[in-house]
Design a protein around this ligand. Structure first.
Ligand code: PEP
Ligand code: MN
Length: 294
């Protein structure tokens, strides 16, 4: 069988800084305005379209998400696409639109930084810097982020990365000075092709046992199929995920990117109500404030 990556072996040094042996208590990240990530029983939802398509598109989606209590808004301005012929994102213009949305709604912005030279530009807008699956192995980028930024980093698992490689990539960021790392499982490549990826939920409790870092799940890329997003979100929370990153579009059929796996704001609201049954604390909060904690 062809190995997709150079896998760690018994001589590869272990991760230390992200290990629970080094820090037994959970890392809790303050994303600003007292929005805490990684706090037990307070799952965070990051929601929004795969890509920035236009200001109008962001405005519609952000308005609907704000109405249902979402605090973290995701959208890619720089998009890593498998084909160079696919929509590549609006880049600087996309960041400008995201900045306007941030000002208008007070949402925290999660957007991807793909390369070292774009860190300053992306940081002017992002509250959380996303490192995509394709860049989990980009060690110079991870080192640079560790050295140059104290913003939370949402590190997505490489699509063929073993758990140890994933943790070692997080270790690169911690080792270089930024302790605010969120791990995000987003599905791995397996022989199964009925779904876009295989969402590896084993890794959620396993990562929580081995590491003190918050663990998120992205059921959108993990499944690639809209109708699977809500059930796999529930499954992710049931096995201990600290949060979810979900692609949401007001008109998924017209989305320029990943429409097949995007749910609508109304479907996300149904998920929030279902979540209340998993978590009595959230249920109480929803009743009192018609909102989830963060
Ligand atoms: C995304 O979140 O839109 C994305 C490209 O994710 P991933 O890096 O996990 O493929
Ligand atoms: Mn996407």
């Amino acid at each position: 069988m062809t190995m997709l990556t150079d896998q760690p072996n018994e001589t590869t040094p272990e991760y230390v800084l992200c290990s629970r042996k080094t820090q037994p208590h959970d890392t809790i990240i303050n994303a600003g305005n007292n929005l805490l990530i990684g706090k037990k029983d307070q799952p965070c939802i990051i929601a929004g379209p795969c890509a920035v398509e236009s200001y109008e598109q962001l405005n519609i989606i952000a308005g609907k998400l704000t109405d249902i209590g979402i605090k973290f808004f995701r959208a890619g301005a720089y998009k890593p696409r498998t084909s160079p012929y696919s929509f590549q994102g609006l880049k600087s213009k996309g960041l400008e639109y995201l900045f306007k949305i941030k000002e208008k709604y007070g949402l925290k912005i999660v957007t991807e930084v793909m390369s070292i030279d774009k860190l300053d530009e992306v940081s002017d807008v992002a509250d959380i810097l996303q490192v995509g699956s394709r860049n989990m192995y980009n060690y110079p980028l991870l080192e640079f982020l560790g050295q140059q930024s104290q913003k939370p980093i949402l590190l997505k698992r490489g699509m063929s990365a073993k758990m140890k490689e994933f943790l070692l990539s997080a270790e690169y960021i911690l080792h270089n000075g930024n302790k605010n790392v969120i791990l995000c499982e987003r599905g791995i490549t397996t022989f199964e092709n009925a779904t876009r990826n295989t969402l590896d939920l084993n890794v959620v409790p396993h990562l929580k046992q081995k590491s003190h870092l918050p663990v998120f799940v992205d059921p959108s890329h993990g499944t690639g199929i809209r109708s699977l997003v809500v059930p796999m979100s529930m499954a992710a929370l049931a096995c201990g995920a600290d949060g979810l990153e979900i692609e949401v579009h007001h008109d998924p059929k017209e989305a320029l990117c990943d429409g097949n796996q995007s749910i609508t704001p109304e479907e996300l609201n149904e998920l929030l109500l279902k979540m209340a049954y998993l978590n009595p604390l959230a249920k109480k909060n929803i009743k009192e404030q018609d909102k989830i904690p963060c």
